[in-house]
Design a protein. Sequence first.
Length: 254
Amino acid sequence: MIHIKSQREIEMMREAGSITARILHEVAEAARPGITTFELDEIAERRCKDLGVKPAFKGYQGFPGSLCVSLNHEVIHGIPSSKRTMKSGDIIGLDFGVVYEGFYGDAAISVPIGKITPEAERLLKVTEESLNLGIQQARPGNHLFDISHAIQNCVEAVGFSVVREFVGHGIGRSLHEDPQVPNFGPKGKGVLLKEGMVLAIEPMINAGGHAVRIEADGWTATTVDGSLSAHFEHTVAITEDGPEILTRYEGDNQ
Ligand code: MG
């Protein structure tokens, strides 16, 4: 069942999204050569305390961190570790969410560490672009897979591939609600989109093949062929005027 949110609920989710975006931005700013992924997690956790919110992922099905940090060929769900130090040339996916007054925000970005290869740069650019194209389809009267199709089209046109095993999701009073939002699918199919739906749209894109596996830690998803992977995500409300990105970073005055 898809929960349709009231104006008041969307107002609360706007606040959850705004705090999510702000903390994620701060973590991304801190990501540079010599920093461990655990230190990034500490920043996220400290800022949650400062701002009076709960990190959404900590303890979720036993996940140990506040932040998912996925380096290079890691796709999603990387566990923060004091043994993982970032170096120039890495790309890092940062996935983060909060709970504010019972409502969830969820967002992800992938950023370069120091100087990265042109291929890695292109992967980041195309993945973010595919998210933006998907978001543009999140409007009343469209179908769910119009979002999926826009993402898939953008990515496959340049020879990258869409991860199949993980998908986006509805979001609200739960981190994961109906519907599932795949990053692949046929245009014009899937449920009809309506005002008041809130979706976490999150392309996970591999530079090589789409196959992924789960590492021995039980969490980290990696590409089977060892190719680079990138992840971008926004929490998006469907309004009568079209998509409203709830997790957009608005700068320091927000
Ligand atoms: Mg998500």
